[in-house]
Structures are given as C-alpha cells and as structure tokens.
Design a protein around this ligand. Structure first.
Ligand code: ADP
Ligand code: MG
Length: 256
C-alpha cells in the first residue's frame, strides 16, 4: 500500500504545480498535529472493517513522538491519515493549522510537499533515478533552482557524497534508507513521518540510520513521528502512543 501512496503523492503534486502558492498558513500554532475523534474503516467485499476508532491526540512542534502496537493494529493507516495520504471517515486531522478534510487532493499534495517528509520501511526510492536525482525530486517539485546543489549537500550530510550517481539497486539497504532520509529532509519539512524506518535493516545498520534520523531532526528542528515495533527505539522519543486493535491503549510522555 505504501509504495502506491508515495508514487501517487508525487503524481498528484506534479499535476498541481499551479496550486503551489495557494496554500497559506495564516497563524502560528504550537500544535503541529491535532487528531480528534478519528475513525477509519476499510471495505473488503461486502464487509466493513473498522481499523481506527476514537483516536485523539496532539503533537507539539519540535516534539519526538513514537507510535507502537502489534502488527495490524492500525499504525500505518494512522500515519497515512495524519500525513494526508489517505482520507478519514470521521473526525479531523489538523496539520500545521490546516484541517486536511477541507482540502482537495491536489491541495493536500501541495501541503505535503511543503510541510511533510516521509520515510518508509522499504525506502521507496524511485528506481529509475540516481541517488542524487531522488533527493532532488521534492526540491525540483518546488521549483528550486538550487535543487541539485542542495541534494549534493544533503547526500554529503548522510555520508553518501560519493554515491550520487548510483541507482537504488546499486546501493545497500542502509544506504538506500540514508538516501531516503536525505530526500525526506530536503524541503526542511515541519513534520517528518517515519514508518518502521529500520524494519528492513540489520541491527547495526538500523542503529546508524536512527542516529542520523535523530541528528537531522534536531539540526533542522523537525517534529518527528515514528512508527516502530522496537521499544528501545520508541524510548528515544518524548512521547509514546500505543495502539491496539485500532484504539489508543496508552499515551506516555516523558517528564519535562
Ligand atoms: P499496522 O501498520 O499496525 O501493521 P495497518 O494500518 O497496516 O496496521 O493495518 C491495520 C488493519 O487494516 C489491518 O487489519 C489491515 O489488514 C487493514 N488494512 C490496511 N490497509 C488496508 C486496505 N487498503 N484495505 C483493506 N484493509 C486494510
Ligand atoms: Mg504498518
């Protein structure tokens, strides 16, 4: 599902370039994400399956936030809704001051490209583009003339300055995820969603990717929302939301 979502996001964005300046956030908010009474069901055949119900939480700017829970509990679905990749059935998602359901699909794509970064378990690099071109994509979609130069600097930052010409298949899993991190931070997003970013990596490589993720997050002052199975990783964040069977089971916040 994720692969389709990211490619669809790029496609919508490409055809909605003229909306680039249409979206404006008019007032400063300390809350970057507010989820209220969120509900989501999937219909398969004649059956309706409720996947998320009664979800309420909010995330303050610059916070780090983990979402944990068993496989199938709705974590990826929740992340997709928070990032405006998918539509909810009821409730509301306010992302950086904008209620997502008030936007068209094209407007949501513009908002995502401006304010949101993504990192997926399976990297999601575009296979026909080099590492450098992959990192430059979100910048080029914003019409940034310095796209290539900025992408080069980002690749340097993730330790892959000498791999710019490599295609994704010519890179290891850890390297691909580092390229994906460089791409995710390219537009200096306000909020970054990472769905099991170490899920396909061995422990040592995963630890390096996590270190880099937190480093970039801190340096750029991004809000980080991380889905993980790994409690050790979750404990690196300030807040841990546990979901079970599509409902919030627990929310803990580190003492300030
Ligand atoms: P998690 O990420 O916690 O493993 P998901 O959000 O991927 O959970 O899935 C939650 C539930 O929703 C699962 O039971 C899954 O089978 C179901 N689901 C996810 N995506 C779809 C879809 N596109 N159509 C139907 N059911 C889906
Ligand atoms: Mg998942």
């Amino acid at each position: 599902m994720e692969s389709i979502l990211y490619h669809k996001h790029l496609f919508i964005l490409l055809k909605s370039q003229n909306l680039r300046f249409a979206l404006k956030t008019t007032y400063a908010m300390t809350s970057i994400l507010e989820i209220s009474n969120l509900e989501k069901s999937y219909t398969s055949g004649s059956k309706k399956l409720k996947v998320l119900e009664d979800i309420n939480f909010s995330i303050t700017e610059n916070e780090t936030f983990a979402i944990v829970g068993p496989s199938g509990s709705g974590k990826t679905t929740l992340l997709g809704l928070c990032a405006g990749l998918d539509r909810l059935d009821a409730g509301s998602v306010i992302l950086n001051g904008t209620e997502l359901s008030s936007l068209s699909e094209d407007e949501r794509a513009v908002l995502r490209n401006r304010d949101v970064g993504f990192v997926f378990q399976d990297f999601q690099l575009l296979p026909t583009l080099t590492a450098l071109e992959n990192v430059a994509v979100p910048l080029e979609l914003q019409g940034d003339r310095q796209a290539t130069k900025k992408a080069e600097a980002l690749l340097q930052k993730v330790g892959l300055g000498d791999r710019g010409d490599h295609y994704p298949t010519q890179l290891s899993g850890g390297e691909q995820q580092r390229v994906a991190l460089a791409r995710a931070f390219a537009n200096e997003p306000k909020i970054l969603f990472a769905d099991e970013p170490t899920g396909n990596l061995d422990a040592e490589t995963g630890a390096k990717v996590v270190e880099l993720l937190f480093e970039l997050n801190k340096e750029l002052g991004t809000t980080l929302v991380l889905v993980t199975h790994d409690m050790e990783l979750a404990r690196k964040t300030q807040n841990i939301l546990t979901i079970r069977g599509g409902k919030i089971a627990n929310l803990t916040s580190a003492a300030v």
